[in-house]
Design a protein. Sequence first.
Length: 219
Amino acid sequence: MTMKRTILLAVWLAVVVSMTSARAQSGDVLRPEDGLPVDEHIARELQDHRGVVIVDAILSTPKIGGGVTRCVFPVVTLGQTLDKDAPTKTIRASVIGGGKLAAFGGITSLPPGEYLLLSIRCNNTNEGYGGPHAKFQVRAGEIVDIGALRLDHEGGGLFSNAGKMRRSVADISPEVVAFLKERAPRAMTHMVRRPMTMLGPPDSVTRTSVRRCSIIGCL
């Protein structure tokens, strides 16, 4: 019985250690699960020789009747290669409600290296824009603001998902800066600004990838 209990205890400890390690490697510094301040989580990520990245995305998509409208729930996907089997990280950018910043999830930690902003998707319209759109550097022990990727898609007509796309790199909005300073005042004093580098021409013809759903499922 004692041997069995010893084995079970060892297995349980291994599971706990693996869960703790996975949580520490998650890079989720804005929604900590253990109740610690965001400043403390950022400090721990930096001590683990990771870098903390602040990134936003501003995505405008065509209106049915013409013109463009700003995406309410944009998300960006980051990664180091174009290999579809390589690890990626998807984070929520600025969520705008009533013309004001309602939420922001564009801050995460990553191991040092060169990264790509692989894609942008509008969650509330299911429109996606594959890239890579830009590249940036992550350095160990650094909190870096790489700016906001702005993408404006002007539609090609009522029954077309083709159109013109204009991309640019903009500053993080003052509202996002204020949001982060409120939650991580100590960390934000050490932030450096190094804007991402856009890849490819700023203007191009594009087609959106729209996930079409019906009562029998999604395509």
